[in-house]
Design a protein around this ligand. Structure first.
Ligand code: GDP
Ligand code: GDP
Length: 458
């Protein structure tokens, strides 16, 4: 079967509005593929672009460049005409800082003569300086502009809202079949960046020593004895596969040392957790089996999740745990009740002293990073979206239904989603929670913090 073609989106605008910058931004690293394709004139650059899973071919028309600001000569028309012919959508770029110029107006008039759907883009809209120009651009009669900054990479995801209704169906048809399957793997991930946090004496230093198999850190019965914060790369051998996988371990216990010892220990541990997440992809909260889970542990856990990091919990000193199953279940329930953001955090029983459970713990950390990093293919995401809305339609306050139109995954690590719709101000928080929970439970994000933003394209 012949593969359907990706939709083509053409960038149009007068010189200097930022077309090339936008082109480069959308094409990213794949720029190298662009030049010298057969049949492509020197004046056009083409590249593979992607916004949040929406894939298309982007065409930059340099044709306008050589022209006198105020005229629209035939040669240029011809070039652009040819580009427009094959285009599924046009991004008409204006400079929001400069405001509208006569040439903008002329190009708008020219575009309106063609059938190609237009998405108006107000570029250079970073900060407040672009607001006036963006407002002014309404007068072109091309609808609401998507305000963005090609140079700073701001607002690019908003283009999705403009493009998806136009090219979404075609883009999906052209997606590779394997991308429609539950195959979420993206670019290979680097060493697993792991931090171990917990109250003093939970056994963090002992655990790190055990994992590394060397006595690198000072441990002892007193709290806060660790000297320095240390990042250590080490190769962990996965006992299931025999593969060696790279881990970068961050010991944050040492950070505590630098600060005022009269500060409350509670505050210190939360601050440590906050620092750890600057480095870490996955954070392991270490509990002490002889102490159980305390309020402060939940505070540390919340701090980690607020920062969007993947979190897991290990109960250490399992070798001396009393009433082990009661302890384990108690911690399980306390976590589920105390941390609304996630459900079913990985919870493991370990002993830094004997080594029990440590391979399982590191293996779980790698798995957790995978789901924290994964991207749901557009098709699967839309399937879920349709199902979620038909299972539980949005309410209709005052008899007017709130419309949720589409969803996109705006980012990973942590997974972030944007839902576009209208009358979103009226959407109850409970419905938002329903969406978050359903994403988490149905798209394989059980234990990672998922973020959902609501946005009105109009
Ligand atoms: P083109 O002629 O339309 O292809 O425009 P370029 O991409 O060459 O950009 C023209 C100028 O605008 C360059 O100096 C860019 O650095 C600048 N520029 C592009 N995008 C932005 C933006 O989002 N904000 C600001 N402030 N400048 C931008
Ligand atoms: P940190 O303050 O979190 O770095 O904790 P340490 O690693 O200094 O450990 C505090 C105390 O707990 C030390 O006396 C360790 O020997 C002890 N400890 C650590 N892990 C275990 C364990 O798995 N089992 C037992 N029984 N003791 C442990």
């Amino acid at each position: 079967m012949e593969k359907p073609e990706k939709p083509q989106v053409i960038i149009i605008g007068r010189p200097n509005v930022g077309k090339s910058t936008l082109f480069n931004r959308l094409v990213g690293k794949r720029l190298a593929l662009v030049d010298d394709q057969p049949g492509v004139t020197r004046d056009r650059r083409m590249g593979d672009a992607e916004i949040a899973g929406l894939r298309f071919t982007i065409v930059d028309t340099a044709g306008w460049e050589d022209e006198d600001e105020l005229s629209l000569p035939g040669r240029m028309r011809k070039q652009t005409e040819a580009s427009l012919e094959g285009a599924d959508a046009a991004l008409f770029v204006i400079d929001a800082r400069a405001g509208l110029t006569p040439l903008d107006t002329e190009i708008a008039r020219y575009l309106r003569e063609h059938d190609v759907p237009i998405v108006l883009v107000a570029n250079k809209a970073e900060g407040a300086a672009g607001e006036a120009g963006a407002l002014e651009s309404y007068s072109l009669g091309l609808g609401e502009p998507v305000a963005l900054s090609a140079e700073h990479g701001e607002g690019i995801a908003d283009l999705f809202g403009g493009l998806w209704p136009i090219i979404g169906a075609k883009a999906e048809a052209a997606d590779e079949p394997q991308e429609l399957e539950e195959d979420y793997e993206e670019a290979p991930l680097g060493p697993l960046k792991l931090a171990i946090v917990g109250r003093p004496n939970a056994g963090k230093s002992t655990l790190i020593n055990r994992l590394l198999g060397e006595d690198r850190l000072l441990t002892g019965p007193e709290a806060g004895i660790t000297r320095d914060s240390i990042a250590i790369d080490w190769g962990w051998t996965d006992p299931k596969t025999g593969d060696v996988r790279q881990v970068r371990l961050i010991d944050t216990a040492g950070m505590r040392k630098k600060r005022n010892v009269t500060e409350k220990l509670e505050k210190l541990s939360v601050a440590d957790a906050r620092r750890a997440v600057d480095f870490a992809e996955v954070v392991i909260l270490l509990l002490d089996a002889t102490q159980g889970l305390e309020h402060q542990d939940l505070k540390i856990a919340s701090a980690v999740l607020e920062e969007g990091r993947a979190l897991m919990v290990a109960i250490n000193k399992w070798d001396v745990a009393e009433d082990a199953s009661h302890l384990f279940n108690g911690v399980r329930h306390a976590l589920d009740d105390g941390l609304a953001q996630v459900r079913g955090l990985p919870l493991l029983a370990v002993s830094a002293k004997t080594g029990k459970g440590l391979d399982a713990m590191i293996g779980a950390a790698f798995d957790l990073r995978d789901s924290w990093s994964k991207r749901v293919p557009t098709a699967a995401l839309n399937r879920w979206f349709d199902d979620a809305l038909s299972a539980n339609p949005p309410p209709a306050p005052g008899g007017k239904r709130i419309k949720l139109r589409y969803i996109t995954q705006a980012g990973t690590r942590p997974p972030r989603f944007v839902v576009f719709g209208t009358r979103l101000d009226a959407l109850p928080k409970s419905y938002e929670r329903y969406l978050v929970n359903s994403i988490r439970d149905n798209l394989g994000f059980e234990a990672v913090p998922v973020r959902v933003n609501l946005r009105s394209p109009k």
